[in-house]
Design a protein around this ligand. Structure first.
Ligand SMILES: Cc1cc2nc3c(=O)[nH]c(=O)nc-3n(C[C@H](O)[C@H](O)[C@H](O)COP(=O)(O)OP(=O)(O)OC[C@H]3O[C@@H](n4cnc5c(N)ncnc54)[C@H](O)[C@@H]3O)c2cc1C
Length: 293
């Protein structure tokens, strides 16, 4: 199928893009990498009468890694962020998760910020942002606002972006010292969306006991489901944490739905398995980090 007719806008600056978005309001959509939007247009699941293509706006093609975290501009492609050694050094979870996003060809074009705005509950990057407590910066003609991840994902394929707004960047905070991260998922074929997935963040205290442990679950709710399992780890060293019981605590907190890919029960089972593996990986990585202190 071909997309329904639309008027095409090709701004070369953020201010031009904001003017176009303000003028078109609810009838306008931003075109970034197009890896989700173009299929939706071709299948006629969306029919905006205006497309605002941001691909010529060089000022959005940014990636900045600092001590406090990584800021990803709206035109930074998945592949650019995945390959950045600076970004991986500050926040390793970005690379760990991006390796699992689709296929290289799609990662060459798709953007991290586009994935966040698209807010697919099966996507990796929303889980990463939610787990880390990151944020998305939104701009409109009237100014800017920074929306915390907890408020950004409002439902399946729904985010806090209002008509007339452009997501200009996303911020992924650096983890505290002695932290480790990991991402695990199961998909039917390599590169497919995950049937279930798990991002994990574990932080050790100075005695190398688990100070905090959290996961963000993928494909088991309307958006990323963050579960804090610090209490279940009972401030033990990683080697004596009952990880199967901790994983059961994650499993008990989710309420997945069945679909053509998996039953709800299978998703729940996978979530427990992945939680145990991801948390163990993250705890091991935290130990390695602590050894380098
Ligand atoms: C075969 C295939 C497999 C895939 N597998 C995966 C996968 O396993 N995991 C995964 O996470 N993703 C997967 N994707 C999706 C891919 O990651 C997309 O690139 C991503 O979801 C959207 O990014 P984009 O830049 O292509 O956005 P677009 O497709 O251009 O836009 C997506 C939506 O976000 C809006 N939008 C985009 N950028 C902005 C902005 N800056 N401000 C406001 N609104 C904006 C658009 O208006 C649109 O509604 C897959 C895609 C394909 C085609």
């Amino acid at each position: 199928m071909k997309p329904p007719p639309f008027e095409y806008h090709a701004p070369v600056s953020v201010s031009e893009a904001l003017e176009a978005l303000a003028a078109t309001g609810p009838h306008g959509k931003v075109l970034a990498g197009g890896q989700s939007l173009i299929p939706l247009l071709n299948m006629r699941l969306v029919a905006p009468s205006h497309l605002v293509d941001i691909n010529r706006i060089g000022e959005l093609d940014t990636l900045t890694a600092g001590a406090d975290g990584v800021r990803v501009g709206a035109l930074a492609r998945h592949a650019t962020v995945e390959r950045s050694t600076e970004a991986a050094a500050v926040q390793p979870l970005l690379r760990q998760a991006l390796r699992l996003v689709a296929h290289p060809v799609i990662r060459n074009r798709g953007t991290v910020v586009g994935s966040l705005v698209h807010a697919d509950p099966s996507a990796e990057m929303p889980a990463v942002l939610a787990l880390l407590g990151g944020s998305v910066r939104l701009a409109c003609l009237g100014g800017e606002r920074e929306v915390a991840a907890a408020d950004f994902f409002t439902g399946p394929m729904e985010s806090a972006v209002e008509p007339g707004e452009l997501a200009v960047s996303a911020f992924f905070p650096a983890p505290p010292p002695r932290s480790g991260t990991a991402f695990r998922e199961v998909s039917r074929r390599h590169g497919d969306y995950a049937v279930a997935g798990m991002a994990a963040l574990v932080t050790l205290d100075e005695d190398l006991r688990i100070a905090s442990a959290r996961v963000a679950c993928v494909s088991v709710g309307p958006g990323p489901v963050v579960v804090d399992v610090s209490d279940a780890c009972a401030r033990r060293p990683a080697a004596s944490v009952p990880w199967d019981a901790v994983a059961a605590a994650v499993r008990d907190r989710i309420d997945p739905e069945g679909d053509i890919h998996a039953t709800a029960g299978y998703r729940r089972h996978l979530t427990g398995v992945l939680a145990e593996r991801a948390l163990k990986d993250a705890a091991r990585n935290a130990g390695t980090e602590a050894a380098h202190e």
